[in-house]
Design a protein around this ligand. Structure first.
Ligand code: FAD
Length: 283
């Protein structure tokens, strides 16, 4: 189907985009790579009268580290994550993820900000990373920062108001001695995940603050590997710090099924076995 007629606008600056959004109100939509919006328009699911193409906003195309945060501009192409030395060296979980989004043609054109906006980001970009991050939103009133957990109040819904756009994704730099991995199983390239798993691991003398931060998100399986005595002390500490009982249920301490595991590989298998068991109980 051919979409209904629309005005095509090509602003060259962020302030121009915000001005146009304000001027045209709910009749306007921003266009990034167009992979999702154009098909939606062809199906009449979206009928904007004004399309504001933001692909010219080169200022929003950057990956940098500042103030302990990885800052990814909203117009950074998904493929740029793969090529970024910063991501390659410091954020392996993000690198794994970027390689699994869609196919190279889509990744070359679709910016990270649009992925987040369409709420497809949680489909591929794994929870251990983004829920600990935040997004920068820009509108007529200036900029505001929203924790990524609060950015999606519901499925296919964001807290963006009319006249606002997402301008940056900010992810805290992982602590030293940590690493992560993401695996998506798909039948063919570009398919949705048949199954996916993500893990972010930190080797930290002082695990309590990290676990406390993670338990304040919606992550449903948080693993602590240590002795039963350490696990008891940890739970007491977290209770005293006010982590509600419901969230403490997400903490598996010590993590893993009791397989008498000793080596790191065996422990990993016991943790995976526990996840499989929990998954089976849910379905
Ligand atoms: C064949 C195919 C396979 C895919 N597979 C995957 C996958 O495996 N995993 C995955 O995560 N994604 C996948 N995607 C989604 C893809 O990665 C893009 O995220 C998606 O297409 C949106 O990017 P776009 O540039 O096309 O956005 P557009 O279609 O231009 O925009 C999408 C929406 O976001 C809005 N928007 C865009 N930028 C902003 C902004 N900065 N602020 C506010 N609103 C904005 C637009 O108004 C529109 O409503 C796939 C897409 C295709 C076409």
């Amino acid at each position: 189907m051919i979409p209904p007629a629309f005005d095509y606008l090509t602003p060259q600056s962020l302030s121009e985009v915000i001005g146009l959004l304000h001027q045209h109100g709910p009749d306007a939509k921003v266009l990034a790579g167009g992979h999702s919006l154009i098909p939606a328009m062809r199906l009449r699911f979206a009928e904007p009268c004004h399309l504001i193409d933001i692909s010219g906003l080169e200022d929003l195309n950057c990956i940098r580290e500042a103030d302990g945060l990885l800052r990814i501009g909203a117009m950074t192409r998904e493929a740029d994550l793969e090529d970024s030395e910063i991501v390659q060296t410091g954020y392996p979980i993000l690198l794994d993820t970027a390689k699994m989004i869609a196919d190279p043609q889509v990744r070359n054109l679709a910016p990270v900000g649009a992925t987040s906006r369409t709420v497809i980001l949680p489909m591929t970009i794994p929870p251990p990373c983004p829920p600990c991050g935040q997004v920068e939103i820009t509108g007529q009133g200036g900029k505001r920062i929203v924790p990524i957990d609060e950015f999606f109040p519901d499925f296919f819904t964001t807290v963006l108001d009319h006249g606002e756009i997402l301008t940056e994704i900010q992810i805290p730099a992982p602590p030293p001695n940590s690493g992560g991995a993401y695996l998506k199983i798909e039948c063919k390239v570009g398919d949705d995940a048949g199954a996916a798993g993500a893990a972010q691991v930190s080797w930290d003398e002082d695990a309590e603050p990290t676990l406390q931060a993670v338990l304040q998100t919606h992550v449903s399986y948080v693993a602590f590997i240590g002795s039963k005595k350490q696990a008891r002390a940890l739970k007491e500490y977290l209770q005293q710090e006010g982590i509600p009982g419901k969230r403490l249920d997400a903490l598996y301490a010590p993590a893993g099924l009791d397989l008498q595991a000793k080596s790191p590989g065996e422990i990993a298998v016991s943790v995976l076995a526990e996840i499989v068991q929990l998954q089976a109980q849910l379905s």
